[in-house]
Design a protein around this ligand. Structure first.
Ligand code: FAD
Length: 310
Protein backbone atom coordinates (compact mmCIF):
# COMPACT_ATOMS: atom_id res chain seq x y z
CA UNK A 1 0.00 0.00 0.00
CA UNK A 2 1.83 3.10 -1.16
CA UNK A 3 -0.74 5.55 -2.47
CA UNK A 4 -4.22 6.45 -1.23
CA UNK A 5 -6.91 8.79 -2.59
CA UNK A 6 -8.94 10.60 0.08
CA UNK A 7 -12.28 12.09 -1.00
CA UNK A 8 -13.18 15.02 1.29
CA UNK A 9 -10.73 17.42 2.96
CA UNK A 10 -12.78 17.99 6.11
CA UNK A 11 -11.23 17.04 9.42
CA UNK A 12 -11.88 13.30 9.00
CA UNK A 13 -10.17 13.14 5.59
CA UNK A 14 -7.30 15.36 6.70
CA UNK A 15 -6.73 13.38 9.92
CA UNK A 16 -6.62 10.16 7.90
CA UNK A 17 -4.21 11.64 5.33
CA UNK A 18 -1.99 13.14 8.03
CA UNK A 19 -1.57 9.80 9.79
CA UNK A 20 -1.02 7.94 6.52
CA UNK A 21 1.65 10.48 5.58
CA UNK A 22 3.39 9.88 8.91
CA UNK A 23 3.38 6.15 8.08
CA UNK A 24 5.03 6.89 4.72
CA UNK A 25 1.92 6.41 2.58
CA UNK A 26 1.40 8.95 -0.20
CA UNK A 27 -2.04 10.63 -0.18
CA UNK A 28 -3.95 12.81 -2.61
CA UNK A 29 -7.07 14.59 -1.32
CA UNK A 30 -10.00 15.65 -3.50
CA UNK A 31 -12.57 18.21 -2.31
CA UNK A 32 -15.48 19.81 -4.08
CA UNK A 33 -15.03 23.13 -2.35
CA UNK A 34 -12.30 25.68 -3.04
CA UNK A 35 -10.86 25.30 0.44
CA UNK A 36 -10.29 22.76 3.23
CA UNK A 37 -12.02 22.07 6.52
CA UNK A 38 -15.58 21.25 5.44
CA UNK A 39 -17.96 22.19 8.24
CA UNK A 40 -15.11 23.77 10.23
CA UNK A 41 -15.49 26.94 8.23
CA UNK A 42 -15.16 30.70 8.43
CA UNK A 43 -16.69 33.17 6.01
CA UNK A 44 -14.99 36.53 5.58
CA UNK A 45 -16.98 39.53 4.32
CA UNK A 46 -15.34 42.97 4.32
CA UNK A 47 -13.88 43.40 7.82
CA UNK A 48 -16.12 40.72 9.39
CA UNK A 49 -15.54 37.02 9.98
CA UNK A 50 -18.22 34.45 10.77
CA UNK A 51 -17.60 30.87 11.91
CA UNK A 52 -20.88 29.67 10.48
CA UNK A 53 -20.32 25.90 10.88
CA UNK A 54 -18.72 24.31 13.96
CA UNK A 55 -18.64 26.90 16.75
CA UNK A 56 -15.90 25.40 18.88
CA UNK A 57 -14.64 21.97 19.79
CA UNK A 58 -13.76 20.03 22.90
CA UNK A 59 -11.07 17.37 23.29
CA UNK A 60 -12.03 14.43 25.48
CA UNK A 61 -9.84 11.58 24.22
CA UNK A 62 -6.05 11.29 24.35
CA UNK A 63 -5.46 11.31 20.59
CA UNK A 64 -7.44 14.47 19.94
CA UNK A 65 -6.06 16.18 23.06
CA UNK A 66 -2.55 15.58 21.71
CA UNK A 67 -3.56 16.98 18.31
CA UNK A 68 -5.11 20.07 19.93
CA UNK A 69 -1.87 20.66 21.86
CA UNK A 70 0.09 20.46 18.58
CA UNK A 71 -2.28 22.97 17.02
CA UNK A 72 -1.94 25.30 20.01
CA UNK A 73 1.86 25.17 19.72
CA UNK A 74 1.53 25.99 15.98
CA UNK A 75 -0.69 28.98 16.84
CA UNK A 76 -3.73 27.73 14.91
CA UNK A 77 -5.96 26.89 17.91
CA UNK A 78 -6.68 28.75 21.16
CA UNK A 79 -9.03 28.23 24.13
CA UNK A 80 -12.32 30.15 24.06
CA UNK A 81 -14.51 29.51 27.13
CA UNK A 82 -14.31 26.70 29.72
CA UNK A 83 -12.86 23.63 27.97
CA UNK A 84 -13.72 24.80 24.46
CA UNK A 85 -11.24 25.56 21.68
CA UNK A 86 -11.49 27.44 18.39
CA UNK A 87 -9.29 27.72 15.33
CA UNK A 88 -7.30 30.96 15.07
CA UNK A 89 -7.75 33.25 13.27
CA UNK A 90 -10.70 31.20 11.96
CA UNK A 91 -12.15 27.71 12.22
CA UNK A 92 -10.42 26.55 9.03
CA UNK A 93 -6.96 27.21 10.50
CA UNK A 94 -6.38 23.75 12.06
CA UNK A 95 -7.49 22.06 8.82
CA UNK A 96 -5.12 24.28 6.84
CA UNK A 97 -2.29 23.34 9.21
CA UNK A 98 -2.94 19.62 8.67
CA UNK A 99 -3.15 20.14 4.90
CA UNK A 100 0.22 21.91 4.70
CA UNK A 101 2.41 20.10 2.20
CA UNK A 102 -0.34 17.70 1.16
CA UNK A 103 -1.56 17.19 -2.38
CA UNK A 104 -5.13 18.55 -2.40
CA UNK A 105 -7.21 18.83 -5.56
CA UNK A 106 -9.87 21.46 -4.74
CA UNK A 107 -12.96 22.38 -6.74
CA UNK A 108 -13.33 18.70 -7.64
CA UNK A 109 -16.71 17.12 -6.88
CA UNK A 110 -16.09 13.39 -6.99
CA UNK A 111 -18.89 11.51 -8.72
CA UNK A 112 -17.59 7.97 -9.09
CA UNK A 113 -14.75 5.59 -8.23
CA UNK A 114 -13.58 2.95 -10.67
CA UNK A 115 -11.33 -0.01 -9.87
CA UNK A 116 -9.02 -0.63 -12.83
CA UNK A 117 -6.38 -3.33 -13.23
CA UNK A 118 -3.78 -0.68 -12.34
CA UNK A 119 -5.60 0.64 -9.26
CA UNK A 120 -8.41 3.03 -8.27
CA UNK A 121 -9.42 5.87 -10.54
CA UNK A 122 -11.38 8.98 -9.53
CA UNK A 123 -14.03 10.62 -11.74
CA UNK A 124 -15.45 14.05 -10.93
CA UNK A 125 -18.78 15.38 -12.17
CA UNK A 126 -16.72 16.78 -15.10
CA UNK A 127 -15.17 13.39 -15.98
CA UNK A 128 -11.83 11.72 -15.27
CA UNK A 129 -9.77 13.86 -12.86
CA UNK A 130 -6.43 14.90 -14.29
CA UNK A 131 -4.27 14.41 -11.18
CA UNK A 132 -0.91 12.63 -10.86
CA UNK A 133 -1.38 8.99 -9.88
CA UNK A 134 -5.07 8.86 -10.80
CA UNK A 135 -5.88 5.34 -11.94
CA UNK A 136 -3.12 3.90 -9.77
CA UNK A 137 -4.34 4.47 -6.21
CA UNK A 138 -3.97 1.35 -4.04
CA UNK A 139 -6.90 2.37 -1.82
CA UNK A 140 -9.62 5.01 -1.53
CA UNK A 141 -11.05 6.64 1.58
CA UNK A 142 -14.38 8.43 1.23
CA UNK A 143 -14.58 11.07 3.99
CA UNK A 144 -17.70 13.05 3.10
CA UNK A 145 -21.11 13.23 4.87
CA UNK A 146 -22.93 9.87 4.74
CA UNK A 147 -25.63 10.79 2.17
CA UNK A 148 -22.94 12.15 -0.17
CA UNK A 149 -20.82 9.02 0.40
CA UNK A 150 -23.84 6.86 -0.43
CA UNK A 151 -24.30 8.72 -3.73
CA UNK A 152 -20.64 8.18 -4.69
CA UNK A 153 -20.79 4.48 -3.74
CA UNK A 154 -24.09 3.95 -5.60
CA UNK A 155 -22.54 5.32 -8.81
CA UNK A 156 -19.51 3.09 -8.21
CA UNK A 157 -21.62 -0.06 -7.67
CA UNK A 158 -20.33 -0.42 -4.11
CA UNK A 159 -22.54 -0.88 -1.04
CA UNK A 160 -21.87 -0.20 2.64
CA UNK A 161 -25.15 -1.09 4.33
CA UNK A 162 -24.30 0.80 7.56
CA UNK A 163 -24.50 4.15 5.75
CA UNK A 164 -28.28 3.97 5.42
CA UNK A 165 -28.79 4.17 9.20
CA UNK A 166 -27.10 7.59 9.50
CA UNK A 167 -29.33 10.60 10.18
CA UNK A 168 -28.31 14.28 10.15
CA UNK A 169 -30.08 17.36 11.47
CA UNK A 170 -29.99 20.35 9.11
CA UNK A 171 -29.13 23.84 10.36
CA UNK A 172 -29.89 27.33 9.13
CA UNK A 173 -27.00 29.58 10.19
CA UNK A 174 -27.34 33.38 10.26
CA UNK A 175 -24.36 35.71 9.99
CA UNK A 176 -25.11 39.19 11.34
CA UNK A 177 -22.85 42.24 11.65
CA UNK A 178 -24.37 44.73 14.11
CA UNK A 179 -24.69 48.50 13.72
CA UNK A 180 -23.62 49.09 17.34
CA UNK A 181 -21.96 46.97 20.05
CA UNK A 182 -24.31 44.98 22.26
CA UNK A 183 -24.44 46.08 25.89
CA UNK A 184 -24.75 42.44 27.04
CA UNK A 185 -21.48 40.90 28.25
CA UNK A 186 -22.43 37.35 27.33
CA UNK A 187 -20.25 35.47 24.82
CA UNK A 188 -23.02 33.13 23.74
CA UNK A 189 -26.63 32.13 24.36
CA UNK A 190 -27.90 28.55 24.28
CA UNK A 191 -31.67 28.85 24.79
CA UNK A 192 -33.55 25.81 26.08
CA UNK A 193 -36.09 24.67 23.49
CA UNK A 194 -37.49 27.18 20.99
CA UNK A 195 -36.56 27.94 17.41
CA UNK A 196 -33.02 29.16 18.06
CA UNK A 197 -30.45 26.72 19.37
CA UNK A 198 -27.38 28.93 19.66
CA UNK A 199 -26.19 32.53 19.37
CA UNK A 200 -22.46 33.32 19.48
CA UNK A 201 -20.70 36.66 19.55
CA UNK A 202 -18.19 35.68 16.95
CA UNK A 203 -16.02 38.71 17.68
CA UNK A 204 -15.46 37.44 21.23
CA UNK A 205 -13.43 34.49 19.99
CA UNK A 206 -9.64 34.86 20.05
CA UNK A 207 -8.15 36.74 17.09
CA UNK A 208 -11.55 37.98 15.86
CA UNK A 209 -12.91 41.48 16.10
CA UNK A 210 -16.14 43.43 15.67
CA UNK A 211 -19.62 42.85 17.02
CA UNK A 212 -20.86 39.99 14.90
CA UNK A 213 -23.33 37.24 15.68
CA UNK A 214 -23.61 33.70 14.38
CA UNK A 215 -27.05 32.25 15.04
CA UNK A 216 -28.07 28.61 14.58
CA UNK A 217 -31.73 27.72 14.23
CA UNK A 218 -32.85 24.57 16.03
CA UNK A 219 -32.91 21.28 14.10
CA UNK A 220 -36.73 21.21 14.07
CA UNK A 221 -37.06 24.81 12.85
CA UNK A 222 -34.34 24.24 10.24
CA UNK A 223 -36.06 21.08 9.02
CA UNK A 224 -39.43 22.81 8.80
CA UNK A 225 -38.00 25.77 6.84
CA UNK A 226 -35.33 23.89 4.89
CA UNK A 227 -36.45 24.93 1.41
CA UNK A 228 -37.12 28.60 2.21
CA UNK A 229 -35.15 31.43 0.64
CA UNK A 230 -32.32 32.84 2.82
CA UNK A 231 -33.97 36.30 2.95
CA UNK A 232 -37.19 34.80 4.32
CA UNK A 233 -35.22 32.86 6.91
CA UNK A 234 -33.53 36.09 8.01
CA UNK A 235 -36.89 37.90 8.28
CA UNK A 236 -38.33 35.14 10.44
CA UNK A 237 -35.36 34.66 12.74
CA UNK A 238 -33.93 38.14 13.41
CA UNK A 239 -36.89 39.19 15.61
CA UNK A 240 -36.43 35.98 17.61
CA UNK A 241 -32.73 36.83 18.09
CA UNK A 242 -33.66 40.31 19.37
CA UNK A 243 -36.14 38.80 21.81
CA UNK A 244 -33.57 36.34 23.17
CA UNK A 245 -30.81 38.93 23.51
CA UNK A 246 -33.19 41.50 24.97
CA UNK A 247 -32.17 44.26 22.55
CA UNK A 248 -33.16 45.11 18.99
CA UNK A 249 -30.75 43.54 16.52
CA UNK A 250 -30.27 45.82 13.50
CA UNK A 251 -27.70 44.20 11.24
CA UNK A 252 -25.73 46.25 8.75
CA UNK A 253 -24.86 42.95 7.07
CA UNK A 254 -26.96 39.79 7.22
CA UNK A 255 -26.93 36.52 5.36
CA UNK A 256 -28.14 32.97 5.95
CA UNK A 257 -26.47 29.68 5.06
CA UNK A 258 -28.23 26.34 4.95
CA UNK A 259 -26.35 23.27 6.15
CA UNK A 260 -28.31 20.33 4.83
CA UNK A 261 -26.14 17.85 6.78
CA UNK A 262 -25.07 19.70 9.92
CA UNK A 263 -25.11 17.54 13.04
CA UNK A 264 -25.20 13.76 13.22
CA UNK A 265 -28.37 12.59 14.97
CA UNK A 266 -27.77 8.89 14.44
CA UNK A 267 -24.25 7.55 13.96
CA UNK A 268 -23.05 4.14 12.79
CA UNK A 269 -21.32 3.38 16.08
CA UNK A 270 -18.14 2.03 14.43
CA UNK A 271 -15.05 4.21 14.06
CA UNK A 272 -14.84 3.64 10.28
CA UNK A 273 -15.97 1.30 7.51
CA UNK A 274 -13.54 -0.78 5.46
CA UNK A 275 -13.87 -3.30 2.62
CA UNK A 276 -10.65 -5.29 2.58
CA UNK A 277 -11.31 -6.98 -0.75
CA UNK A 278 -11.75 -3.65 -2.54
CA UNK A 279 -9.28 -1.63 -0.41
CA UNK A 280 -12.04 0.93 0.02
CA UNK A 281 -13.03 2.73 3.21
CA UNK A 282 -15.33 5.42 4.54
CA UNK A 283 -15.05 7.68 7.56
CA UNK A 284 -16.46 10.92 8.98
CA UNK A 285 -18.29 12.28 11.99
CA UNK A 286 -21.27 10.10 11.01
CA UNK A 287 -19.34 7.04 12.23
CA UNK A 288 -19.15 8.23 15.84
CA UNK A 289 -21.22 11.35 16.54
CA UNK A 290 -21.91 15.04 16.04
CA UNK A 291 -18.58 16.59 17.01
CA UNK A 292 -15.30 17.69 15.49
CA UNK A 293 -13.48 15.18 17.69
CA UNK A 294 -15.64 12.35 16.31
CA UNK A 295 -14.57 13.28 12.77
CA UNK A 296 -10.91 13.34 13.83
CA UNK A 297 -11.14 9.99 15.65
CA UNK A 298 -12.87 8.39 12.68
CA UNK A 299 -10.17 9.60 10.27
CA UNK A 300 -7.46 8.37 12.62
CA UNK A 301 -9.11 4.93 12.91
CA UNK A 302 -9.35 4.75 9.11
CA UNK A 303 -5.62 5.46 8.74
CA UNK A 304 -4.74 2.93 11.44
CA UNK A 305 -6.79 0.28 9.62
CA UNK A 306 -4.84 0.91 6.41
CA UNK A 307 -1.44 1.14 8.10
CA UNK A 308 -2.16 -2.11 9.95
CA UNK A 309 -2.88 -3.80 6.64
CA UNK A 310 -0.07 -2.25 4.59
C1 FAD B 1 -23.88 24.48 11.96
C2 FAD B 1 -22.93 23.49 12.58
C3 FAD B 1 -22.54 23.62 13.91
C4 FAD B 1 -21.64 22.72 14.48
N1 FAD B 1 -21.22 22.93 15.75
C5 FAD B 1 -20.28 22.11 16.26
C6 FAD B 1 -19.69 22.40 17.52
O1 FAD B 1 -20.00 23.44 18.12
N2 FAD B 1 -18.79 21.52 18.03
C7 FAD B 1 -18.39 20.41 17.34
O2 FAD B 1 -17.55 19.66 17.83
N3 FAD B 1 -18.91 20.13 16.13
C8 FAD B 1 -19.83 20.96 15.57
N4 FAD B 1 -20.32 20.71 14.33
C9 FAD B 1 -19.99 19.44 13.67
C10 FAD B 1 -18.61 19.44 13.03
O3 FAD B 1 -18.45 20.57 12.21
C11 FAD B 1 -18.49 18.16 12.20
O4 FAD B 1 -18.75 17.04 13.02
C12 FAD B 1 -17.09 17.95 11.56
O5 FAD B 1 -16.55 19.16 11.10
C13 FAD B 1 -17.27 16.94 10.43
O6 FAD B 1 -16.03 16.70 9.77
P1 FAD B 1 -15.99 15.66 8.55
O7 FAD B 1 -14.61 15.67 8.03
O8 FAD B 1 -16.59 14.37 8.99
O9 FAD B 1 -17.01 16.24 7.45
P2 FAD B 1 -17.00 17.63 6.69
O10 FAD B 1 -16.43 18.69 7.53
O11 FAD B 1 -18.40 17.81 6.17
O12 FAD B 1 -16.02 17.40 5.46
C14 FAD B 1 -16.43 16.72 4.30
C15 FAD B 1 -15.74 17.33 3.09
O13 FAD B 1 -16.13 16.58 1.95
C16 FAD B 1 -16.31 17.45 0.87
N5 FAD B 1 -17.21 16.77 -0.08
C17 FAD B 1 -18.51 16.42 0.06
N6 FAD B 1 -18.94 15.75 -1.02
C18 FAD B 1 -17.90 15.68 -1.88
C19 FAD B 1 -17.70 15.12 -3.17
N7 FAD B 1 -18.68 14.47 -3.83
N8 FAD B 1 -16.48 15.24 -3.76
C20 FAD B 1 -15.47 15.89 -3.14
N9 FAD B 1 -15.59 16.44 -1.90
C21 FAD B 1 -16.79 16.33 -1.29
C22 FAD B 1 -16.90 18.72 1.48
O14 FAD B 1 -16.66 19.86 0.67
C23 FAD B 1 -16.13 18.78 2.82
O15 FAD B 1 -14.97 19.58 2.71
C24 FAD B 1 -21.16 21.63 13.71
C25 FAD B 1 -21.54 21.52 12.37
C26 FAD B 1 -22.39 22.46 11.80
C27 FAD B 1 -22.72 22.37 10.33
Amino acid sequence: MTSVAVIGAGLAGLAAADHLRTAGIDCTLFDKSRSFGGRMSTRRVDEWQFDHGAQYFTARGDAFQAQVQRWISEGVVAPWFDDSYVGTPGMTAPARALAAGMKVVTGCEVAQLRKLATGWSIDSTAGLVDAPGNGKFDAVIVAVPAPQAQAIFARSAVHFSALSQVRYAPCWALMLALDAPLSAQQLWWRPEGGDIAWIARNGSKPQRSGDTLVVHASPSWSREHLEEMPDDVLKRLIPKVSALIGAPVKPIYATAHRWRFALVEQAVGEACLWNDELSLGACGDWCLGPRVECAYDSGLAMAQKIVGRA
